[in-house]
Design a protein around this ligand. Structure first.
Ligand code: NAD
Length: 359
């Protein structure tokens, strides 16, 4: 499995260094043929190549089996004509990574005010209210007069259908329950179509229970009783916002793993941003990126029927859960370790022979 590794900006390099150690450790322990190809994106690439991403990088990523993308300073990248391209948008769009899978669960050992839960947000990833990826060229945010802006939201039958199918397939492997999150009381046509398509796909999965929630009410439901959700399917912007909330409810934004998957490519990517407020201080939580690396291995294992990759992904999740119980984690999740020391602790756990693995 060839994986291109792009550390990104801010806390990207320090958290990606840990994720790389974890990947190398599980590759050794589970005898996975993993080959890492290190390259650059974000500000480093902008300085070195005049653009945050380059055509040759895209070519390399297309030829690989997966990509690990660290958080990038996307807010800094405003002018594509100066090479300031949002790398996250770029890869999601170019590789058609339409399903953003964002699990959130509570962990033993972490104080939780909201009860235990284990859910997954399945977020459409290629259209919606993301004006910078809605159209083939040009801008879909328009300055009509200096005081009037119109931002387009695109919803298509194809994208609704494939994200709905991703959610129902996932639900069949989990608790057989899909919640559709929308705003069809206001966005009657677009979100009305989204619901109709989700319900049509649901008819192919009669074992799966289906309900739906308005996105504003969902914010209350998920805080009040997150345990009632299993798989939540929603459009792009709603999913982005909702998944930061569920990650934080699970203990920290730094715990939110995230996989961007298409039919032929996938990208592991931390759920959080480049966190410039804590960059370079060795305090960032590396678990989000580590868990995303696990998701990438599992994705590859499932599509190539190589169970060792899935076992490695499970071992990563188990090691993170155990590290939290042992307090071997960063301070945002109640520990006292720095980023690098947290990484060393996880690597130590993962390097143990399987029979000696603590539970
Ligand atoms: P952020 O997600 O970077 O940070 C939000 C808050 O969470 C901050 O207080 C930060 O310190 C904390 N946090 C984030 N990750 C953490 C971690 N791993 N461990 C501990 N604490 C963590 O959001 P922001 O500060 O609004 O954005 C910073 C930059 O990141 C912006 O340029 C934004 O556009 C970009 N961004 C990039 C991505 C991405 O690359 N996928 C996603 C979101 C934001």
């Amino acid at each position: 499995m060839k994986i291109v590794v792009l550390p990104g900006d801010g806390i990207g390099p320090e958290t990606m260094a840990v994720a790389v150690d974890v990947l190398q450790t599980v590759a050794h322990r589970f005898e996975l043929p993993v080959e890492l190809d290190h390259d650059v994106t974000g500000h480093t690439s902008l300085k070195r190549h005049g653009a945050t991403v380059t055509p040759s990088l895209l070519q390399k990523v297309r030829a690989a089996d997966g990509l690990m993308l660290g958080p990038t300073a996307t807010y800094d990248f405003k002018d594509e004509s100066k090479g300031e391209i949002n790398p996250s948008k770029f890869f999601r769009k170019e590789l058609d990574l339409y399903a953003n899978i964002r699990p959130a669960r509570t962990y033993a050992g972490l104080q939780n005010k909201f009860g235990s839960f284990d859910l997954v947000i399945v977020r459409e990833n290629t259209e919606g209210f993301y004006a910078d990826r809605n159209i083939a060229s040009g801008g879909s945010e328009m300055l009509i007069t200096p005081d009037v802006v119109v931002s387009l939201r695109r919803i298509t039958r194809l994208c609704c259908e494939r994200i709905a199918r991703s959610a129902f397939v996932l639900a069949m492997e989990r608790g057989k329950h899909v919640s559709i999150v929308h705003k069809a009381n206001v966005l009657r046509v677009a979100d009305g179509m989204f619901i109709d398509i989700c319900r049509a796909v649901a008819s192919e999965f009669p074992e799966v229970r289906v309900d739906d929630f308005l996105v504003d009410a969902m914010m209350a439901h998920v805080v009040r009783a997150p345990e009632r959700f299993d798989v939540v399917v929603t459009t792009n912007m709603f999913g982005d916002i909702l998944s930061d909330l569920t990650a934080e409810l699970s203990g920290s934004l730094g715990l939110g793993g995230s996989l961007n998957a298409g039919d032929n490519h996938a990208m592991g990517q931390a759920q959080h941003g480049s966190a410039p407020d804590i960059a370079g201080q060795d305090i960032a939580n590396p678990f989000s990126l580590i868990l995303s690396a696990g998701q990438l291995l599992a994705w590859h294992g499932q599509r190539t029927s190589q169970t060792r990759f899935v076992e490695a992904a499970n071992a990563i999740e188990k090691a993170v859960a155990e590290a939290i119980v042992a307090g071997e984690c960063t301070r945002d999740v109640g520990g006292a370790l720095g980023t690098a020391a947290t990484g060393r602790a996880i690597v130590q756990r993962l390097a143990l022979p399987i029979s000696m693995g603590k539970s």
